[in-house]
Design a protein around this ligand. Sequence first.
Ligand code: ADP
Ligand code: ASP
Ligand code: MG
Length: 828
Amino acid sequence: MDSLASAPILVSCRAHKFGGSSMADAGCIRRVANLLLADPCPRQIVITSAMQGTTDALVALGRAATAGADWATGLHAIRRRHLETAQALLQQPEPAQARIDALCDELSDLLRAAALLRQPGPTALARIHGMGELLSTGLLNAHLRERGADYALLDAREVLRVRHTELGAVVDHAASAALLFDWRTRNPQPRVNVTGFIASDEAGLPTTLGRNGSDYSAAIFAGLFEADELNIWSDVDGVLSADPRLVPEAVTLPTMSYSEACELAYFGAKVIHPQALAPAIARGLPIRMRNTFAPDQPGTRIDACGDPSGAGPVKGLTLNHDLALVCLEGAGLIGVPGTAERTFGALRAVGASVVMISQGSSEHSICCVVHAEQAQAARAALAAAFDRELAGGQVHGVTACTGISVLAAVGDGMAGTPGVAARLFDALARAQVNVRAIAQGASERNISVAMSAEDATRALRAVHAAFWLSPQTIALAVIGPGKVGAALLDQLEAAMPRLRRDANVDLRLRALATRSRLWTIEHGDGSGWRARMQSEPEPADLDAIAPHLHATHLPHKVILDCSASDAVASRYPHWLAAGIHVITPNKQAGAGPLERYRGIRAACAHSGARFRYEATVCAGLPVISTLRDLLDTGDALIAIDGIFSGTLAWLFNKFDGSQPFSELVRQAHALGYTEPDPRDDLSGTDVARKLVILAREAGMTLSLDDVQVQSLVPEELRSADREAFMAGLEALDAPMREALKQARAQDSVLRYIARLDQSGHASVALQAVPTDHAFAHLRLTDNCVSFTTRRYRDNPLVVQGPGAGPDVTAAGVFSDLLRLAAALGARL
Ligand code: ADP
Ligand code: ASP
Ligand code: MG
């Protein structure tokens, strides 16, 4: 066999471990076989777990039988699942099915015995729990053999001898190596299937390596067979920076050191069993964590050097749950030698394992984190150990508080990097997490923080964001994906990769919503939003958006309201107060009730969130930003004049008397230039709203009622229904013909003009303007806004161009978003 000391360049024996998720059904097992058969390495040791969920089911069956409850139904399900898998997987399933039946009959006997005894011993339970690995490994072996590959099948109990200690199962190497040697004489094949999880004890009786122990089995067998590399295959791309089920933004780590992996595993990262690392470290065996379902991904390499370049100070975050904080407090502890020894001696005596210790340097208190089920015993033990001090008042009390979780940040790079703790605690503070106790190991490879369990996920996400995300990571929710919303989403989708690459702006689309429906997205890079909206929405409404945006603790949150809804606008003060920025083309807030508008401004001032609405006036044209720039640089407004409605601009550009006005309205309606009800344009209200928005921007307290509006809708048609209005359009023709005639007489043209002057007088009306006026030369649906100011008194500053349509409106919203990102520090 190869010696690892000679550091093989070509791997000559490779160990592979497949977890339950990789063995979940016939398709999965076939995929596993494909991977194995594609591996050119001649010698292979393949360690497999039970089919996903089987061990849980077996543990439950053991409990049910012991409790005298029904176990037959569960056993039947296990038998059927394996028989059906054999049927689907194998061309000739009968021999494998006979083996499954035999194993299930044995399981049945064991369960019946457990039900009779009501107190099955550890061997019987181990036989019950370990049945899943015997069943699954047999299926894979039969399938590989059917495909012409000669794999030996090793029941790990035949060779693996372990001793159970306080530190878990310890391998008896000499005995195991001797038994393996013996087994090898009978089974010399270069490729072997081995059952994970199970072993035998010193007496040769069945036992297990503990839950999730197959990783440990794999590392042990990789050692016994002298493999050069161990691949642990699961359903994620490797070791991630945090549990991906809790932190959707978690990233795959390309490399990590054994010590980092140890810390992560011991502190609860489920991805690898903590004991699996020791055998690998002992032999310098590199471990690769890989994804069965994405084998082309490089995965994570765990070895002695880890990542020498040190990508970041913190490598991974984990959470440990179901813990309790036991504290001993009292002024009498100060400076008293031996307190710690007595504390830990007492805990040791009741078998409470200490997850974390924290003692302030004043020695006024000692806090330990223990497993919740040991909390009362630990508290009682401490109270007994310090009974004299309690009676004498030197110790005030011993408390035990359950419902504690510990968050651990792990990384070799933390040693000697100042500021890591500051960043971590800053993130916790911003997420309003109350820290109960802190510990940092002297190795500086781990900082652990105890907190209330209900804060734990929030804390994890907040800390993850602080260490892994660009400071310009922005969570987005888009409301009302109609025409403008759809155009915006398409623009975002196209721009996201470039923004991420060039400007360090990381936009994450987290939610799509209408007024009553919500589609949430976990990994939103903007792609596939249409498909997401085809799926069933969640039973949630507008009020669910903010909690969903807050849930991931991305550094910034923005709601893009592309609806025209007043109900949505009424939520802005609440969202802004909660620190969520709002960007919108919806005019309801900007031109709506003054009270609400003031509430919005107050919320912004209070929370620092921004409200942007460039696209509410003339779509993407830079009208509001121009006005702001003028005012912010000290200019003074004299007047704003303009043509703010693309629809009305088009109608009056076309209206030369050759066709009746009603005919043009019908054409505009058919071309989609008008609102569904053209009265919304013809009434002038929409234009008046824009004027209110500009007036307020200029610091005036104007409301819609203050604007003098000349409606083009004849009195008698104002309250008619839409059909009746469209049918009665001809009523517009005579007054319009007359207005045109009068304008022509003065060598003028008709334009629908909005005007605001410095005294706050605002009006929108049909006017005759001379043919040489700027407003007379607009094209199609162009808008035009003319700013007369102290600096631009004689020759006004004019902003002109297309002022309507989904694409340009969406672009206006998008540019607001980018301006916001720039204000947040993006290199734009
Ligand atoms: P297997 O069935 O392959 O043994 P497990 O369910 O035991 O798989 O472990 C893999 C799971 O561990 C992943 O699906 C993932 O949800 C979870 N997990 C928790 N923490 C991490 C982490 N830091 N990196 C990767 N996966 C993690
Ligand atoms: N099947 C065992 C369990 O679920 C061992 C493992 O999968 O690692 O605990
Ligand atoms: Mg596992």
